[in-house]
Structures are given as structure tokens and as C-alpha cells.
Design a binder for this molecule. Structure first.
Ligand SMILES: Cc1ncc(COP(=O)(O)O)c(C=O)c1O
Length: 420
């Protein structure tokens, strides 16, 4: 049998694994534009990989067809401690029973900020939001107010708001003159922006995972260039904050940013984000309009405080880094064992690993990627083919070893489908 019929036969059997998932997707196509919200995009495709999940506990997810997965997406990093972590959720539920929003202010608003400030270098004041997009948008607004300048420079994804999207016809005209792009790993590209527009750039916003391979000296160079031109550096640690040992990339590399944004790992699955910085810069935010109806939600703050207590007594960042490194090493071993061009690497640090095929023929590479990830999913491990992964405190060394065995078998079977 040649590759095509073998692959089609396997696709037919995989389709039968996910009947409820496929039925839900059919219904969704009628009522949700595109059939799914964008973070719910198919891992491979809607027919042969799971689309809908019913429950999660620890690092395990169960899909609507009853299959269990060891998950390495952890809701795109929103869970650092694992799904349904009892202590965190109990704190949130008991707060919710007393009202989630109490019209004006609540003592938790102060307690939360006081608890979090010492975790981030240079942070003396903070404002809280619900999402990473809000935190980054607010950071730039504060930077504009502080510097009196209007233009900003960015190098990657900072959320879904107009200013951080590629220029398309639905983005307001003129944004391209307000939001300039540079290449994160290339300090000269930032230098060039400052040379074109001296004294107009209010802030440079940088997500550290955009500097690849990870290199602290590049980040420190970007900081030097930014400050030399009187602009502020906003470190967007929405993904990395509280996940990277000892608590942020900034702290790890000895950088004191003007502003820092944090979200995903803050409240273990509860919506919360933060923009923090020095008093000098953050004072520009006093009285500024960036508030929204649900910002004062106390349940997520109670969850965050409980999550912080866990992180204070357990070496969560060390644990996820060690397991991530073992996963990376194991994946590289099995790729070379099976003679496949592929690389596992830290994006940017081992707690956030990824695995990429690099076979010289692009068509073969794309097909091998698809077959491998589909087989991994069918064997009960949730690895995303296009997005970096997240190791959590709920994963164990045993989970990693089992995952490596699953990947070994999935790669062997994917190669057998391709090559016979
Ligand atoms: C670095 C970074 N900044 C900002 C955001 C936006 O966060 P959110 O999706 O919570 O709006 C993300 C989301 O993935 C991110 O990775």
C-alpha cells in the first residue's frame, strides 16, 4: 500500500473516535462565526482530533467522547498549578458566595497588589485587569501619558486589540504610523526605528519569548537602546510572569523594566491580569480611564492569593523547569534515535518547551507534523502542533516519561504511515 491509502484508512478510524466532538462542531458552525473561538482552533483538524473537552483535574483533561489526555497546553498557560486545584478554587468559591463585585472597592484589591508587587523587579504600584490584552494596552497608555509621546514599538503578539494586530482592513487606518514593528532578536531593527523617529517613541514593548534563541544580552541591549532614547521599556511577561524561575524573566536576567504586564499564571485559571511599574511611571495612571465593570472581581483575586500561597511554599518554577528540560532532552533523543530531523527546545525557557520537525522536503515535513501530532493525541497526550507548551506543577516525572514513550510510539507510527 502507498502512503495515501494508508493515511486515509487511518483517518477513517480516527474520525470514529470523536463523534460527540464532531457533532458539537457541526452545531457550532451555525451559531459561532467560523465554528469556534480562535483559541479553540483545531489542533490538527476538526474530524480527526478532539475539539471539545468536558473536565480537567491536575494535568488531565477529558474530552466529550470520554478520552483522557495528559495536557501540555494547560489552557494556553492559564493553569500553572493544574486544573481544579482545590485550594485555589475553594478560595474563589467562598469569596464568590459573598459577592464577586461589590460595587466600589474591596479590601482584596489592596491585598492583591501588596502581595504581588514584591514579586516583580522595580514594581511599586500596579493596576489590575482581566486579560493580558488589557494589561498591555493599559501599559502603553500609561507610557504615553508619562512620556508625552504617542508612538510605540512592538515585536510580537501582545493581545487581540487593534494596536497589536497585523495591519488588515478591519484595523483603523493610521495605526501603522503609531505602532512600529521591530524584530525582537535584532537590536539594530529597534535602533533604526529610533533613528527614523527620534523623541517620538513613548515605549518599546517586548515579550521575552520573542527573543529566540533566548539570549539575555539581546534583551539587555534592547533595554539600553530604549532608555538611550528616553522611551520606556514594557516587559510583556503575560506568558512568563510567575512561571519562569525565580518569578519572571526580568528577575532572572537582572532587568528592572519601567512597566511589566503579567496574566496567565497569576490566578490558576481565574481571569486576572496586572500592569505594574515604578511609582514614578505608574503615577501617570492616576485618574486615567482604563477601568471596566468586571475589573474589581474578587473571586479571581481570592484565587490569585491562594495560588501565591502555594507558590510560596512549593518550588513550582523549579519543578516546571526541570520537567520541561527532561521533556526536551527526551524528545531530542527519540528524534535522533528514529533518524528524523526535528528539534525540541525551550521557548524561551524549559518550562515552555516546543518540538518542531525540520525535514528538508517541506511537503513531507508538513505531513509528518500532522501525522505525528494526530497519533500523539489519539494516544492520550495533548501537545499543540503550532503553539509552545506549558509544563505545570501538576505534571510529575512519571507523566513526562509516559509522554516520551507515547511520542516514541506516535513517531514510529507516523513514519510507518508515511514510508510503509
Ligand atoms: C506575551 C503575551 N501578551 C499578551 C497576550 C494577550 O493575553 P490575553 O489572551 O489574555 O488577552 C498574550 C496571550 O497569549 C501573550 O502571550
Amino acid at each position: 500500500m502507498t502512503a495515501a491509502p494508508r493515511i486515509l484508512e487511518r483517518e477513517r478510524s480516527l474520525r470514529e473516535r470523536y463523534p460527540r466532538s464532531r457533532a458539537l462542531h457541526e452545531r457550532a458552525r451555525a451559531v459561532i462565526p467560523g465554528g469556534f473561538h480562535l483559541s479553540g482552533r483545531p489542533l490538527v483538524d476538526v474530524d480527526t482530533t478532539p475539539m471539545y473537552f468536558e473536565s480537567g483535574r491536575g494535568c488531565r483533561l477529558v474530552d466529550v467522547d470520554g478520552h483522557e489526555y495528559c495536557d501540555f497546553l494547560m489552557a494556553f498557560g492559564a493553569y500553572l498549578l493544574g486544573y481544579a486545584r482545590e485550594e485555589v478554587d475553594t478560595a474563589a468559591f467562598s469569596q464568590a458566595r459573598r459577592g464577586t463585585l461589590l460595587s466600589l472597592n474591596h479590601p482584596l484589591h489592596v491585598e492583591l497588589v501588596e502581595t504581588l508587587l514584591p514579586r516583580f523587579p522595580g514594581a511599586e504600584m500596579a493596576a489590575f485587569f482581566k486579560t493580558g490584552s488589557e494589561a498591555t494596552t493599559a501599559a502603553l497608555r500609561i507610557a504615553r501619558a508619562h512620556t508625552g509621546r504617542r508612538v510605540v514599538a512592538r515585536a510580537g503578539y501582545h493581545g487581540w486589540h487593534d494596536w497589536c494586530l497585523p495591519l488588515e482592513r478591519f484595523v483603523p487606518a493610521g495605526l501603522e504610523r503609531q505602532v512600529l514593528e521591530f524584530r525582537a532578536s535584532d537590536p539594530d531593527s529597534l535602533r533604526a526605528l529610533f533613528e527614523q523617529q527620534p523623541r517620538e517613541i513613548a515605549a518599546v514593548i517586548l515579550a521575552p519569548e520573542m527573543v529566540l534563541p533566548s539570549d539575555p544580552s539581546v534583551i539587555l541591549e534592547l533595554e539600553r537602546i530604549t532608555h538611550a532614547h528616553g522611551a520606556l521599556l514594557v516587559m510583556d511577561e503575560v506568558k512568563t510572569g510567575l512561571r519562569i524561575r525565580p518569578g519572571s524573566v526580568c528577575e532572572r536576567i537582572g532587568l528592572v523594566p519601567d512597566l511589566i504586564t503579567v496574566s496567565k499564571a497569576l490566578a490558576n485559571g481565574w481571569a486576572l491580569s496586572l500592569t505594574a511599574g515604578s511609582r514614578r511611571v505608574m503615577n501617570a495612571a492616576a485618574g486615567m480611564h482604563y477601568s471596566a465593570t468586571f475589573h474589581g472581581d474578587t473571586a479571581s483575586m481570592a484565587a490569585c492569593l491562594a495560588a501565591q500561597q502555594i507558590c510560596a511554599r512549593e518550588d513550582v518554577c523549579g519543578h516546571v523547569e526541570r520537567l520541561g528540560q527532561r521533556l526536551i532532552d527526551g524528545l531530542n533523543e527519540l528524534a535522533s534515535e528514529q533518524g528524523v530531523r526535528a528539534e525540541a527546545y525551550a521557548e524561551p525557557l524549559p518550562a515552555m518547551p516546543f518540538f518542531r520537525f525540520s525535514e528538508p522536503d517541506p511537503a513531507r515535513n508538513a505531513l509528518l507534523t500532522k501525522l505525528f501530532y494526530r497519533e500523539v493525541l489519539a494516544r492520550g497526550v495533548l501537545l499543540h502542533p503550532r503553539h509552545l507548551w506549558f509544563v505545570s506543577a501538576a505534571h510529575t516525572r512519571e507523566d513526562i516519561e509516559r509522554t516520551l514513550e507515547t511520542c516514541r510510539a506516535a513517531l514510529r507510527d507516523a513514519l510507518a504511515l508515511l514510508d510503509g
